[in-house]
Structures are given as C-alpha cells and as structure tokens.
Design a binder for this molecule. Structure first.
Ligand code: ZN
Length: 309
C-alpha cells in the first residue's frame, strides 16, 4: 500500500473539518463537526477526535503519510499549542498532543489558518508557481500568509504574514489586539458595514447589514457604501505595499467573503496601490482574487505538511 495521502484538519470557530488529501490536492475522504466554540477546551477537543476517528475508520487511512493542521490563531507551532480568539476554551491548548492520541507519531505540521490558505493558493491556486506572494483572507477578520523564495514561510510559530494587525493608521481606532489603526479594524467585513452605517447608509427592507449588503449598495452607486469599500481598499493597499516593499512579493492574492464584492473592492484597491507601492521594484505588483474556494483550509493544511513527506 503506498503512503501517499495527508490527513488534513481545518479548525475554526464554526466548524472542524477533516479530509484525506492526495498528492494532487484532491479530497478522497471527508468528515466534519460543528465547533462547540463556547464549551470547555476538552469538549472542543472531543469533536476534533471524532473527526479524526471518522477519517481513521476509512479504508484509505493506511495510506496516510503525514498530518497537516490549519487552525484559527494565534497558534504556536513550536510547542504545538493554539489560542484561537473565537474559541475561548482553548488558551495555549495542547492541540498537537491531543491529535497525537489518535494519529500516533505520524509526521505533523501545525499552521495558522491564514498560512494554510496561503499554502493552498501556492500549491493549487492563484499563487501557483510564484516566487513571492502575500495571500490574504478578508472576512470577519483579516488574516494572511507569505510565500518567499518560492516556498511557504510560516515563521517559527506558524503565524508569519498576519497582515490584519499591521497598523496603517497611526492614531486610528483601538483594535481588539491592543494596537491602533490595524488593517483589520478598517477592512474586515464587520468594520466595512459599521463605517457605512455610521456614515448614514441604511439597509434594504430585508434589514441585512452585512458587508455583502453594503457591497450591493456600492454596486448600485450608493456613495456612502462606495466610500466604505474605498477606505477598506486603501487600508489593504497600504498593508500590501508595506509587505511588498519589505520582502519583494510579486502578487497579492485576496480571498474571503469581502473579496466576493469583486470590482467594488478590487478596482479601488488597485488604484490605491498605485498611491502606496511607489518604488520601482514594487510597481509591477499584481492583485488577484483567490481561487481555492471553500476547501482552501483543508487543501492548505495538507500543503503545509507536504515538506514532511
Ligand atoms: Zn490589531
């Protein structure tokens, strides 16, 4: 029996997804549970174990050569612990030790979810074949990861590229992380919606005040809705330009729900990038939408474990 599969876990505040992933990035078995995010740490871990047991009960489990875990962060890959902001029962929680109780001593990689998404885009998606890339998830929060010298760059703790908490507004609003004027404080979906509401935008008859609803208004020409997306685009552009200037990326890949706004986000983003990415070596920087879709977390967790094979 060839050992050619990776067992992948994608752990977030809503769901715990698992899959067996082959060398081409195809998912050959799946399992999934809801995350009991408000419960004690051990109860959350029980659901992770249930997902792993479902996978290890499948006929293909004997082909598994390594395990890849992508988790909401922060994570600490060095010691194998996680402290996801939206799973309060997990603070410095020994996730790797818990997973090892089911998978034994298979080679194992742990990365943050932004790094996992980056690994997926670099392996199979919009950053494929690129030497330097910043991949971002713009959603409820803003996360990201880096490809440098043609390889995933998770950093020592598995969190490198966390662009959401770079400050782009020195005296800006306080961010839950403790800093001020972070990219996430301006560009996340909830903050786009909040700023639109503060500016006088009102939802339609359905009462939907999500960033997607603001995007629909922006597309229809509403000036306040447009301004909120333009401000978010500006914050993203400043963060991307800073990253490109520091480490010479050639492409920024943007995924997550807010990226679903399409041109409402990407047009002002590309325009703002010309204002901030001004030096000759970053002028050619491209901004493109992510390609990996809903399985990016699982494919990325598997991709993060590829170097272990
Ligand atoms: Zn912050």
């Amino acid at each position: 029996m060839p050992r050619d599969l990776i067992a992948a876990l994608d752990i977030g505040g809503t769901k715990i997804a698992g899959a067996l992933v082959d060398g081409g990035g195809k998912l050959v078995a799946r399992a999934r549970r809801a995350t009991p995010a408000q419960e004690a740490g051990e109860i959350v871990m029980r659901e992770v174990t249930a997902v792993l047991e479902e996978l290890s009960g499948s006929a293909q489990w004997s082909r598994v050569a390594a395990v890849g875990i992508g988790s909401a962060g922060p994570v600490d890959a060095g010691v194998g612990t996680v402290s996801p902001v939206n799973i309060p029962g997990w603070r410095d929680f020994p996730l790797v030790a818990g997973v090892r109780e089911t998978v034994g001593d298979l080679p194992l990689a742990l990365v943050g979810d932004g790094v996992a998404m980056t690994a997926a885009e670099h392996w199979q998606g919009a950053a494929r074949g690129r030497t330097g890339a910043l991949c971002m998830v713009v959603s409820t929060g803003v996360g990201g990861g880096l490809v440098l010298d043609g390889r995933l760059h998770p950093g020592p703790t598995g969190n490198a590229g966390h662009i959401g908490h770079i400050s782009v507004d020195l005296d800006g609003d306080p961010c839950p992380c403790g800093a001020r004027g972070c990219v996430e404080r301006i560009a996340s979906g909830p903050n786009i919606a909040r700023r639109a509401l503060e500016g006088g935008w009102r939802p339609g008859p359905d009462g939907d005040t999500s960033a997607a609803a603001v995007a629909a208004s922006a597309r229809a020409g509403d000036p306040v809705a447009r301004a909120s997306f333009e401000r978010a685009a500006q914050a993203l552009a400043a963060g991307i330009a800073a990253t490109a200037t520091l480490v010479e990326i050639e492409v920024a890949v943007i995924g997550g729900g807010v990226a679903g706004a399409g041109d409402v986000l990407f047009t002002p983003l590309r325009r703002a990038l010309r204002d901030y990415a001004t030096l000759s070596f970053v002028e050619g920087l491209e901004v493109v939408p992510a390609q990996m879709g809903t399985d990016a977390g699982l494919v990325g967790a598997a991709a993060a474990a590829l170097p272990l094979l």
